[in-house]
Ligand binder design. Structure first.
Ligand SMILES: Cc1cc2nc3c(=O)[nH]c(=O)nc-3n(C[C@H](O)[C@H](O)[C@H](O)COP(=O)(O)O)c2cc1C
Length: 176
């Protein structure tokens, strides 16, 4: 698959078929994350297949008493939870590098999954404490995102975006 085709064609998919995702596919996706640009490699990738665990991952905002869930996280045959080990990190690492390298890894994983025929969704809304507990994360290791993977059972054209001209500035920031 051409890179541009993957970049332009990938869309968030939130409905999956029952077909399982293979170990080989997951390994290829993890490897793509691993080869993203890196600083201190504070990222951790946790592969979750367990049904009960996926249900916990699908819950959002428990501390505020909100019982809403994101069913696609529970229904996906596999989720990869991306965490950052902030222990011993410098201020700049905490503020910039660690999140940026994790994000680069996530995008590599999304594009690789797309190339393999899988649908994905990058999820930033989840119950921090619930995830920490079910995955046994030590203090200082925080969850950044949950990526759900499965064979797509829907198509998506994506939401409308701002026009490119609205976000591009040349030479200097223009506007307010
Ligand atoms: C940091 C981040 C957090 C996101 N969190 C969620 C989420 O919690 N649930 C969800 O369904 N989609 C989530 N998304 C996916 C966006 O909704 C999606 O990328 C956006 O609507 C554009 O659609 P596309 O991915 O199909 O191009 C998140 C995306 C990013 C980058």
């Amino acid at each position: 698959m051409e890179l541009q085709e993957a970049i332009m064609g990938r869309r968030s998919i939130r409905k999956y078929t029952d077909q399982d995702v293979s170990r080989e596919q997951i390994d290829a996706i993890l490897k793509a994350g691993y080869w993203a640009p890196r600083v201190n490699e504070r990222w951790k990738f946790i592969v979750v297949r367990d049904e009960q665990a996926r249900k916990i991952l699908s819950q959002r905002d428990r501390p505020r008493g909100d019982k809403a869930t994101q069913p696609h996280i529970a229904n996906a045959p596999v989720d990869i939870v991306v965490c950052i080990d902030f222990r011993g990190a410098s201020e700049r690492d905490k503020a910039l590098y660690a999140m940026q390298e994790a994000s680069a890894a996530i995008q590599n994983m999304l594009l690789t999954a797309y190339e393999l025929g899988l649908g994905t969704c990058w999820n930033g809304s989840f119950d921090d404490e619930g995830v920490k507990e079910i995955l046994g994360l030590p203090d200082g290791v925080e969850t950044v995102a949950i990526i759900s993977f499965g064979y797509p059972a829907e198509t998506s054209t994506g939401l409308r975006r701002k026009k490119l001209e609205e976000i591009v500035h040349r030479e200097r920031y223009s506007g307010e």
